[in-house]
Design a protein around this ligand. Sequence first.
Ligand code: KIV
Length: 262
Amino acid sequence: MKTIRGFQRLNASGEPMSLVTCYDFTSAAIVNDSNIDAILVGDSAAMVMHGYDSTVNANLDMLASHVHAVRKGAPDKFLIADMPFLAHRKSLEKTMSAIEKLMHAGAQAVKIEGVDRDDPIIPHIVKSGVPVMGHLGLTPQSVHQLGGWVVQGKDIDGESRLLEDAKILENQGCFSLVLEMVPAELARKITESLVVPTIGIGAGAHTSGQILVFQDLLGMNAEFKPKFLRTYLNGYELIKSALNDYTQDVKAHDFPGDEESF
Ligand code: KIV
């Protein structure tokens, strides 16, 4: 799927959408050749690619550079870029320049965490021709306010706030919403209350689609085992074992052989 129209058509067909967060050219080329429906260049790049302990450390230059690489590797996939921490909180002018940079790097839409009821920026971005994906539930850029990576919307107040926020974001013009770490039943209610699709991570089975981080679903981080994650490869052990095989061959004077030499 190459465009937002493909995204909307797939959602209209009722088929669940599979999205992946991806950050680099080589991985993006594999994703491009796969059946994954769309790509997010997420601010989780700060953690997965740069080793920070939260997404607060992502910045515009970092994300634009990842978007650029992913766009080159995956020319055939609809590509959404995260607006990094505070990028839409400084001024309208700075917000629009940040978006310009991400779009020029190859994004076709941006994702913005949270909701602003009083001074909404999203309608302005949408009016400017840029599709916006919302993000509710656990919004990792607010981790210090939330006090950790915890499931959101577990009590009645939290639940009704999230239902309201989702409607507000839809009315502000979001074409889709990520729901992160919310109870499955609440994610179902939100999804049923909206026309636009919801994309879940840790939000159960009743969203319109799912998203996981490339490295997470391939099991490349042996220590990252949240309840919501299913791994499809033991990437950590497989890669480690390949590296050890290579080292063993080098040390045994077995690599390079004649066939690998000029
Ligand atoms: O940054 C990211 O990868 C995300 C997804 C997990 C939704 O925001």
